[in-house]
Design a protein around this ligand. Structure first.
Ligand code: CU
Length: 182
């Protein structure tokens, strides 16, 4: 949806620039003196800059409150899981609201924000969560010495797969894990 809005905004912007260009062309004549033309251009430029600043400030004010990183601070996770990437496996340590099945599958609640605290113990890995259709839902880097917070709400119950998103050696492609959302 966001890309559609961006496309529409860009189209409207291009149309506006074209219309302003036509307007300026229609008002210009070849026999005007240069001083007068410069005066007109400077005057238009002042309005143009003021309008541009107003549009930019308006867009910022309208979209900044919806920035995902700002909204994440307001979300209160209902489940917390520590995730550690290590060549070439993922290990999960449920902190609250989640559990490990006997076969090692991470069991999470549906419809509630889940917080993953993601790190790595050797090299950089990428923690990517995919649904059963193979669509990536969210991801974050897993880095030694850092803990990245990833908050995600699983809308639908089902089986989800974790894949490593950063090449980390010969076993990279087998670095997968399974999560079940109930
Ligand atoms: Cu990896």
């Amino acid at each position: 949806m966001i890309s559609i809005y961006a496309g529409i905004t860009a189209l409207i912007g291009m149309f506006l620039i074209f219309a302003i260009g036509l307007f300026v062309l229609s008002r210009s004549s070849s026999d005007g003196d240069a001083g007068q033309v410069r005066h007109n251009v400077y005057r238009i430029r002042r309005y143009w800059m003021a309008g541009l600043v107003a549009v930019l400030v308006g867009v910022l004010a309208a979209t900044l409150p919806r920035a995902p990183n700002l909204r994440a601070a307001e979300v209160h996770p209902q489940a917390v899981v520590k995730v550690t990437g290590q060549m070439w496996q993922w290990s999960f340590t449920p902190v609250s609201g989640a559990r490990l099945a006997p076969d090692g599958t991470l069991v999470l609640p549906a419809g509630k924000p889940v917080e993953f605290l993601v790190t790595a113990s050797d090299v950089n890995h990428g923690f990517g969560i995919y649904d059963s259709a193979g669509t990536m839902l969210t991801q974050v880097q897993a880095m030694p010495g850092y803990t990245n917070r990833l908050i995600y709400t699983f809308r639908k119950p089902g089986t989800y797969t974790v894949l490593c998103l950063e090449y980390c050696g010969v076993g990279h492609q087998v670095m997968t894990a399974r999560m079940k959302v109930l």
